[in-house]
Design a protein around this ligand. Structure first.
Ligand code: NCD
Length: 301
């Protein structure tokens, strides 16, 4: 049984592979089926930041496994609006549920919450920190739609504030990958993560030019510029729309390239690309259900 799911660095490759294998077993249940593995269990979802996929796929995963979900709605209608702090909310909610999914704007919030919780806490994004369950579904997608071990991948866009790429980069360092880090100068991957990658023997190539990567990679992982995390909105305007993939961009790519995006997209991928064989981002968001089923069953069953 796993305890909390806070950062991907807490997991070994063996544990990650076990989660991905479990997700593969559960995929048919995710796809219109049902099971009673978690019947009688309750999951609490606490989202202090907007979410569509993460919230709904956890909800769907829990219900397909026969469990129930409680959710505090928006922060305006909960006691947070009265000034309740996170520690108190967690102490209370851990008495109402068997696990807690938390998304919070502060980096480190999930780890702090785990110290006040008597049940497992699953980090669904802590500010610009980590997003480990997204990473697990990203790895599942790469394994299923391309190849994971030895993958050549480009992480493109906001590598400074994007939590999905922070977690994913750490995980990829366990899979003999070669990583192109493609971002505007102001939005480079933090040095601490680059140091970890280098120490693990991962080959990294840092560039501002997507053309350096596009013809050689197996996976193009695009991200949204995280507008809400910019201290100065004028600075966002200088980098908005830095990279955009269109059908024309795809002339030079490997035949079996896959294009991924954690979504939501703003204008990183032209809708023209959706109908090409390279587009896997909508399947990727579906894989959130079996992967989160695997995680929920491992923390609660
Ligand atoms: C991401 C997030 O919240 O970090 N969304 C998601 O969970 N799929 C990416 C983003 O918001 O850009």
């Amino acid at each position: 049984m796993m305890q909390h799911v806070i950062g991907i660095k807490d997991f070994s490759r063996g544990t990650i592979d076990a989660i991905l294998n479990r997700a593969a077993e559960l995929e048919s249940v995710a796809c219109g089926g049902s099971s009673n593995i978690l019947s009688g269990r309750i999951l609490a979802t606490l989202f202090y930041e907007p979410s569509t996929r993460t919230r709904l796929s956890f909800d769907s995963a829990m219900k397909r496994l026969g469990g129930n979900v409680i959710d505090f709605g928006s922060i305006e209608v909960s006691s947070i609006a009265k000034g309740e702090n996170l520690a108190d909310t967690i102490s209370v909610v851990s008495g109402y549920a068997d696990a807690i999914v938390l998304r919070h704007p502060k980096e480190g919030a999930a780890r702090m919450a785990s110290e006040f919780s008597s049940v497992p806490v699953i980090n669904a994004g802590d500010g610009a920190g980590q997003h480990p369950t997204q990473t697990l579904l990203d790895l599942y997608t790469i394994r299923k739609e391309s190849k994971l071990d030895g993958v050549k991948i480009a992480l493109v866009g906001d590598l400074k504030y994007g939590r999905t790429v922070h977690s994913l980069a750490h995980a990829l360092s366990m899979y003999n990958s070669e990583i192109y880090l493609v971002s505007p100068e102001q939005l480079k991957m933090p040095d601490s993560i680059k140091d970890d990658l280098t120490k693990s023997g991962t080959k990294i190539i840092e560039t501002t030019n997507i053309d350096d990567a596009i013809g050689v990679v197996d996976v193009l992982y695009l991200t949204r510029i995280q507008k809400e995390r910019f201290p100065d909105p004028a600075e966002y305007q200088t980098v908005a729309g830095s990279y955009k993939v269109t059908k024309d961009t795809l002339n030079e790519v490997k035949d079996d390239l896959i294009i991924m995006h954690p979504l939501p997209r703003v204008n990183e991928i032209d809708p023209d690309v959706d109908s090409t064989k390279h587009a896997v981002y909508f399947r990727q968001s579906f894989y959130g259900v079996p992967v989160r089923m695997a995680i929920l069953s491992m923390v609660m069953a």
